[in-house]
Ligand binder design. Structure first.
Ligand SMILES: [Zn+2]
Length: 189
């Protein structure tokens, strides 16, 4: 298997408010992918860091592949809302606790604009680093990559990160799953 290497630039950002929970109430079981719905990185990021957002992600990834942390990784971001496990056998969590069960990772784009190649590469690299942190296998536990659309309750309430055209998704869990086996030697995040 090819080992992919990438070293995307990390940004340091300062959110105006702490829109996340102060305590993790159920163990992490995976990574939940989103898009933020923004039409530009600059607009999306200033919204995410602003005083009125009342939402957050642990990680974001820009079009050029650079990335940053908004909600601290050890705390639950406000990213998923009402939720039920898409895979209760392998990723159990109490109803509506997806914020706690999953790291929230958002690509800064919307339902019309495809993710860029650097963006999906960084998203997969960050996901691999979270897998490394938990000792999750990057070949046998790919089900731990999930999406807001898969976890949202009721089903159909959210369409990210695929977008509203299911036949032409702007990004899917499989895009990230397919890259994960190629990141075996990453540092835990
Ligand atoms: Zn979402």
């Amino acid at each position: 298997m090819i080992e992919l290497r990438t070293d995307p630039r990390q940004e340091t950002v300062r959110p105006a408010r702490r829109y996340w929970y102060e305590e993790l109430r159920t163990p992490r079981v995976g990574v939940c992918l989103h898009y933020d719905g923004s039409s530009s990185d600059a607009g999306g990021l200033s919204w995410l860091l602003g005083v009125d957002v009342h939402a957050s992600y642990n990680l974001y990834v820009k079009d050029d592949g650079s990335w940053g942390i908004i909600a601290p990784l050890h705390l639950p971001a406000w990213h998923a809302g009402k939720s039920r496990s898409s895979d209760p056998e392998r990723m159990p969590y109490p109803n509506n606790m997806a914020n706690h069960a999953f790291y929230g990772l958002a690509v800064l784009t919307n339902g019309q604009v495809d993710v860029t190649q650097p963006q999906v590469l960084t998203a997969a690299w960050l996901t691999a680093r979270l897998f490394a942190k938990h000792g999750w296998s990057r070949t046998d536990e790919l089900y731990r990559v999930t999406t807001h659309s898969a976890e949202a309750w009721r089903r159909g309430r959210k369409t990210d990160p695929e977008g509203s055209n299911a036949r032409n998704p702007i990004m899917s869990a499989d895009d990230v799953r397919h890259l994960l086996p190629m990141f075996q030697n990453v540092e835990a995040l």
